[in-house]
Write a protein that binds this ligand. Structure first.
Ligand SMILES: *Cc1c(COP(=O)(O)O)cnc(C)c1O
Length: 426
């Protein structure tokens, strides 16, 4: 227990066990079974309020990026706190509706919006489409014209800044598929501003995820301000500037800026460049939910290989793909540590038939069969990336509020696995 816990406010040691708020994780694992996602309501609220208070003196909208964690109860909670939503599909728009939240606070991002998705979003009167290509601009004009509705739009500009994060989650470089080229922005804005079907309201960028410094954000902000200057020369004045998401969290030894520090860095640029009055929008995903969640899993077997020791657990890459997809390091601890077994280095692996099925490598742990392990910082890009690979049932999800633990997604059963399939009978 040398490493500090990533969120020791809401997941902390008490009486020799790890707790979430006022419930022990051991109790939750025994009650709801494993693998189990556990979220702390207090952590979710605190993370959201950190943004809100950092932006309190300025017009702003914090939009929760649904793809990080799209459970209806979590969407609803953020909606009640005043959040907007960043969506990347029609399915996510439907989730916002199903959670009873305001679709007029929705920002629609993504490189491949279909005609159907654009129609649905227009009918839902969303706040803004973040356009990512010239072809998408044409498509939105066509759909708006067909529906006789006006679309509010922004362009996602690629500022070509290095977010210094993993290549798979770095999105603001010239070589990435995202956004329109910086050099094309002015001419596209002029075209959009001349289309009666559109109201050009903003500019946006999203440079990557798990960014642990303020500099890439400030650099992107400078570049967007330069574009705003050029647009103003053409008589185009925008209402908002959207910085995307990407603020990092602590998994291990990272020391990401706080929301307050990030806002201070951005405000400095905006004020100096004369854009201090623009509405500031954020599409925050990981930083709102990441450290609110843990994935609980039970030790099935210990196995000594010829070169390595393995802990076989009942969670796998299909439940949590971040380690193998991004080589992400996430803290793994026994929820009730005991010292009656000597510690050894283990790879923590699941039962899926893939060498890539691992959750942690070379971890010094002291465990026995039947112990419960917690994988921390699992609230973002955990459950939303889970799949049924190997015909494994999706885990359950629980939201803890003080002493209460609410099931917010039941565990799948075997029938769920093939419910949508059609068995040909001849
Ligand atoms: C994924 C994504 C986000 C959220 O990113 P986080 O790193 O989770 O904050 C925001 N905006 C867009 C366009 C995205 O693709």
């Amino acid at each position: 227990m040398n490493l500090t816990l990533p969120n020791d406010q809401d997941f902390y040691w008490k009486d020799g066990s790890l707790w979430c708020e006022d419930v022990s994780l051991e109790t939750l694992a025994r009650k709801f079974g494993t693998p189990l996602y556990v979220y702390s309501k207090h952590a979710l609220v605190s993370a959201f309020n950190a943004y809100q208070s950092a932006l309190a003196d300025h017009p702003h909208l914090v939009c929760f990026a649904l793809k990080a964690n799209s459970n209806l109860s979590i969407i609803k909670l953020f909606g009640e706190l005043g959040s907007g939503f960043d969506i990347v599909s029609g399915g996510e728009l439907q989730r916002v509706k199903a959670a009873g939240c305001d679709t007029r606070k929705v920002i629609f991002s993504g490189v491949g919006k279909t005609v159907r998705e654009i129609r649905e979003a227009l009918l839902a009167d969303i706040k803004c489409f973040n356009i990512e290509s010239p072809a998408e601009l044409d498509r939105i004009i066509a759909v708006a014209s067909e529906l006789k509705l006006r679309a509010r739009v922004s362009f996602r500009v690629n500022p070509d800044v290095d977010a210094k994060t993993h290549p798979y989650i770095s999105t603001g470089l010239k070589k990435n598929k995202f956004g329109i080229a910086y050099e094309d922005a002015v001419s596209l804005y002029i075209k959009a501003s001349q289309a009666p079907e559109l109201e050009v309201v903003g500019i946006d960028c999203h440079i990557g995820s798990q960014i642990t410094e303020t500099t890439p954000f400030a650099d992107a902000c400078e570049k967007l301000c330069t574009l705003l200057d050029q647009l103003a020369e053409h008589g185009i004045n925008l209402k908002h500037i959207d910085f995307g998401g990407g603020l990092g969290i602590k998994y291990g030894t990272e020391t990401p800026p706080t929301a307050k520090e990030l806002m201070a860095a951005l405000r400095r640029v905006l004020v100096r460049r004369g854009y201090g009055d623009l509405e500031m929008i954020f599409e925050a995903g990981r930083s709102l939910v990441g450290n609110s969640g843990a994935l609980l899993t039970e030790v099935e077997f210990l196995k000594s290989g010829q070169l390595k020791n393995f802990i076989m657990v009942d969670a796998a890459m299909n439940d949590m793909i971040r380690p193998t997809l991004y080589q992400a390091w996430m803290q793994i601890v026994p929820v009730t540590p005991s010292n009656d077994k000597s510690a050894a280095f283990y790879d923590v692996v699941g039962p899926v038939c893939e060498t890539g099925d691992w959750l942690g490598k070379d971890r010094l742990l002291s465990v026995r069969q039947g112990d419960i392990l917690a994988m921390l910082s699992a609230g973002a890009y955990g459950m939303t990336m889970a799949s049924n690979y190997n015909s494994r049932c999706l885990p359950a999800e629980v939201l803890v509020n003080g002493e209460e633990a609410h099931l917010i997604r039941r565990r799948q059963n075997y029938e769920d696995l093939y419910r949508d399939e059609i068995l040909l009978t001849r």
